[in-house]
Ligand binder design. Sequence first.
Ligand SMILES: [Zn+2]
Length: 237
Amino acid sequence: MSYKLTKKTTPNKDRRKNSPIEIVIHHWGAKGQRFDNVVNWLCAARSGVSAHYVAQSGKVCELADPDRFATWHAGNWSHNLKSIGIECRPEHTNGDQKTVAELVADLWDRFGVLPILEHRDIVATACPGDWDADQVYADAEKIYKARHKKPKKPSTIANVRLPKRGYYALGDTGTSVELIQKFLNKHYLKKTKLDVDGIYGPKTQLEVSGWQNSVGPEADGLFGKKSLAKAKKIAKA
Ligand SMILES: [Zn+2]
């Protein structure tokens, strides 16, 4: 995370058994208020209000664990029981937006991809001002997707699959041949490179022989088990 997370404890909360199933976005109301003052207010018993998080650009304070506690933010008991409340800075800068989106992505990692509501979706209020739940959702989704993207298989010699007979020879084709050609271009051929066309033609055969000659012991122009093992070692080194 790129924001600094701190923790405080608010007394304005109730234990809950079920994990949260939605996120509610708030703002602090009047602009110009200080983060720490907002945190302190939501942690004061006399305020009678709270939230799980207070967030502004680069920092987040957790006032109650959303997994164990309902906080008093939604002005509606059933929503309090099932939601996570985030208090956002009303100035709503790009930095504020980024931090809140990141916090949401972190919460999604814990609780799954939860829908996001604005406070005004629940009760009649101007809260959360300039904040837009759909925009927070879209930004959080980008972060979340980038995090959970499956790594692409690296197209290296390690992915060469030998055919059933155990070697590549003149006339063979396919992506494995492409990887052999790429390997030769990178680790053997200095000036004139092979076309990476996936065709084990006379030129490729010739260069395989040349490479085998250079690493020894035998050079037959057939790219098989031993050649592959050797190539893997060289590619790794
Ligand atoms: Zn609110």
